[in-house]
Design a protein around this ligand. Structure first.
Ligand SMILES: [Mn+2]
Length: 378
């Protein structure tokens, strides 16, 4: 059953010694269902969604009026940015002097950021679905095909493996287009010597995966592509180790990324050797201007009210996604590296024992990537 077949839904906890949950749904209606498809209706909804009671949505206004009139009450409602603008006036009209408005988002975000065992199972599933889709996209990549074909493979593989839909419009960026971080036109042809950067995810049972890989269209990295790729991969693996061993807040992980990228870029002669400290970190930041991590779950950029300066904890799922983007006209970098964009991103569950890479099925070692690219005929 899709969420949309529920219609408008609200869950209220009444101010009584024993809390009660009531879900307001569209009730069964043969005429409406003829057009829109079957509804759960009140009788099935309570059981299906594990609430105490389900009532027709038409009774919501009356219920709200009575509830707010009868006692001092707190209404947990996101008043500034209403989820349902159609019902907003009804809810506003029910407010009395005795009603306190409270914003539920903060409490919800702090609950959502720590996954329950059931949610961890769902995260494992969606990460599996997203990971195999990227492996398939690698296998179907050949010189001469369009980025849109790779996008179609991602979409098909995700849905075929059980996703409702992609988590977001994927980035399928060949050659220097990969240096535009949110390139989503995905309509250019892939050339023999190009690198291809893909950032894609699946949504399954409302939970999202978010994975990036960068592979050579020909099936073999050139010397300089390989240097950049292995550099980003080494930084990404080190960051996962740091997360596992020291549990730094995500903002601190970002600082570590800039420092590590700076050191590696210097070792490879991509950044000048005569700089250090903040100057080196600043130059690395210029080549990777996005954050290295975000929380993941019901949204791709999940629980934004949980700041990334917070300590991380077991039960969180976060991305680890360093990258390097060298514009074609960046003459501060040796010419061989210009026009390359590389990112490697995995989804990582923090556990009491350390960290569990939920997207480990998605290949990332050079030998594994080169063994898979182009091996499947469309
Ligand atoms: Mn991400």
């Amino acid at each position: 059953m899709s969420a949309s077949s529920l219609g408008r839904k609200f869950i209220l906890n009444l101010p009584s010694p024993s809390p009660q949950s009531i879900l307001f749904v569209h009730d069964k209606d043969a005429q409406a269902e003829l057009w829109e498809g079957p509804r759960s209706g009140c009788a099935a909804a309570a059981r299906l969604f594990a609430v105490d009671e389900a009532r027709p949505v038409e009774s919501f206004q009356n219920f709200l009026n009575k509830t707010t009139a009868s006692a001092r009450s707190t209404l947990w409602y996101h008043n500034e940015s209403p989820a349902n603008p159609e019902l907003h006036p009804t809810i506003r009209a029910s407010l009395r002097d005795s009603t306190t408005l409270a914003d539920p988002r903060r409490a919800l975000h702090f609950m959502r950021v720590i996954k329950s065992p059931a949610e961890i199972e769902l995260m494992r599933e969606t990460c599996y679905v997203g990971a195999q889709a990227i492996n398939m996209a690698m296998a179907c990549t050949k010189p001469g095909i369009s980025e849109s074909i790779v996008q179609a493979v991602l979409d098909y593989s995700c849905r075929q493996a059980g996703a409702e839909h992609p988590a977001f419009p994927p980035v399928v960026a060949g050659a220097a287009r990969a240096t535009h971080i949110h390139y989503v036109a995905n309509n250019q042809l892939l050339g023999d010597g190009d690198l291809l950067l893909v950032d894609s995810g699946s949504q399954r049972w409302l939970y999202n995966s978010d994975i990036s890989r960068t592979w050579p269209v020909s099936g073999q990295y050139s010397k300089h592509q390989r240097i950049l790729y292995e550099l980003v991969l080494a930084v990404q693996k080190r960051l996962i180790e740091l997360l596992s061993e020291y549990r730094p807040p995500l903002d601190q992980l970002f600082d570590s990324m800039c420092r590590l990228l700076g050191q590696h870029l210097q070792q490879e002669g991509i950044l000048p050797r005569n700089i250090d400290g903040n100057e080196l970190i600043g130059k690395a930041y210029r080549l990777c201007p996005h954050h290295v991590s975000h929380y993941l779950g019901l949204d791709v950029h999940d629980t934004p009210l949980v700041r990334r300066s917070q300590p991380v904890a077991a039960g969180m799922v976060v991305t680890v996604e360093p990258g390097i983007y060298i514009r074609p006209d960046d003459d501060s970098v040796p010419i061989e590296f210009r026009g390359c964009g590389v990112r490697v991103e995995d989804d990582v569950l923090l556990t009491d024992a350390g960290a569990d890479v939920l997207t480990a099925l998605c290949v990332k070692e050079v030998a594994d990537v080169e063994a898979i690219v182009g091996k499947h005929s469309l």
